[in-house]
Design a protein around this ligand. Structure first.
Ligand SMILES: *Cc1c(COP(=O)(O)O)cnc(C)c1O
Length: 396
């Protein structure tokens, strides 16, 4: 970052988001960075070409557009370096391939984002990495699972779909007594509500597809590392040639400018909906870390600055046979909510969650787990729509 940006270091979150990553003085004063489409970068002479002594050398190694986004993410994460990848899933697979080799053992939280489990159980297993899943609430007890060849411990808090909290600092403290890297998928909280590296995590993973994008139209992932892990991550990233596209990088940086405002709205609306659902007939539980009734609530309050717009509730069913029909009736009656994967966009979404791949932390048995992403619509309209779902489910 160029001149006179010291004031930014002590600025508030919105101020930071408005001014981070790119200095308009670097490109003729235009407020936003140029979108640079590039493979080839020209050198002034053979000597410069031989020694690669210029800032940009080839499209896969970064452009002013990708640099602006990486600088903004580094600022938010407090990281030594960030790489961009084409999806949130690649933001998991790239660091795993960076830090794991044949013969290694990796510990993966059982409430992990499902496609991460698939990657571990198929490709990593085929490459000779031994995968073991652990209870999200294990805390410092992770010590008893550590082996001499454990090289990576993957965390995600709150967990996908069921929102179990993890004591990240306790886990990182134990794991760092071994020669082992701690990764965290921080997609739910974003670095605005939780900063993994401040809690001892080495590598912070983010599906920028979600809140940074904010409009359900971009796929991108970011991986940010501390000084210890950055050289290896950087090297592996350029070895694999998995880079972020210029237009997508531009859009993600643009999304970051308003992310705190959007998140604040998601946070407040989702909490209102969660409170409204709690104790409502037809709901047996609400899984939202910001609710005092939620088992991980105290940990969330201690470590997180906010909650995003995604949580689940259990739609009660008196018999197991009724779980699926009630879930389908509920979803089919919704008109405002879309039925679709992913989240982080401006629109509300609902999903009937499948937890059949869990090994240790099984899903609730007392009904259907319905995950909601509460969008930026007016919350009164969201209530009306959810009433349609409950009426349909109750009629069965
Ligand atoms: C969506 C998601 C991802 C993957 O992001 P994509 O860009 O859809 O591949 C990774 N982790 C978590 C927790 C997610 O919710």
């Amino acid at each position: 970052m160029s001149k006179n940006k010291e004031w930014l270091e002590t600025a508030g979150t919105n101020t930071k988001l408005c001014h981070t990553g790119y200095d308009p003085n670097e490109y003729h004063g235009f407020v936003n960075p140029p979108v640079v489409h590039a493979s080839t970068v020209l050198f002034p002479n053979a000597r410069a070409m031989e020694t690669r002594t210029q800032r940009y050398t080839y499209g896969t190694h970064g452009t002013p557009t990708t640099d602006a986004l990486c600088a903004a993410i580094d600022e938010l994460e407090g990281s030594a370096g960030t790489v961009l990848v084409p999806s949130g899933l690649a933001a998991i697979s790239v660091p795993f391939l960076t830090f794991l080799s044949a013969g290694d053992h990796a510990l993966i939280v059982d409430s992990v984002y499902s496609p991460c489990r698939h990657f571990c159980d198929t490709m990593l297993t085929r490459l000779g990495v031994e995968i073991e899943y652990y209870d999200p609430e294990i805390g410092a007890d992770i010590a008893r699972l550590m082996r001499p060849n454990t090289r990576l411990v993957h965390t995600e808090a709150p967990g996908s779909n069921t929102f179990e909290m993890q004591d990240i600092r306790a886990i990182a403290d134990v794991v760092h007594r071994f020669d082992c890297v701690v990764t965290m998928d921080n997609t739910w909280a974003t670095p605005l509500y939780f900063k993994p590296l401040d809690f001892g995590v080495d590598v912070s993973i983010h599906a920028a597809t979600k809140y940074p994008s904010g409009h359900s139209d971009i796929l991108m992932g970011t991986v940010s590392a501390n000084a210890k892990c950055w050289p290896k991550l950087h090297e592996a990233h350029s070895t694999m040639g998995i880079c972020g596209a210029p237009d997508d990088s531009y859009q993600i940086l643009r999304g970051l400018r308003t992310m705190n405002l959007r998140l604040d709205h998601h946070f407040r609306s989702a909490l209102k909906v969660a409170e409204w659902l709690e104790g409502r007939p037809g709901v047996s539980r609400v899984l939202h870390p910001a609710l005092p009734s939620f088992p991980g609530h105290e940990m969330w309050k201690r470590d997180f600055k906010g909650a995003s717009g995604v949580f689940s509730f259990v739609l009660s069913a008196d018999t197991p046979e009724k779980i699926k029909p009630k879930a389908h009736a509920f979803l089919d009656a919704l008109q405002l909510f879309g039925l679709g994967w992913s989240w982080g966009g401006y629109e509300s979404l609902a999903v009937f969650v499948n937890l059949s791949d869990r090994k240790i932390r099984k899903g609730p048995q007392d009904g259907a787990v319905i995950r909601l992403q509460i969008g930026l619509e007016d919350v009164e309209d969201i209530f009306v729509d959810l009433e349609r779902g409950f009426a349909a489910a109750a009629s069965l």
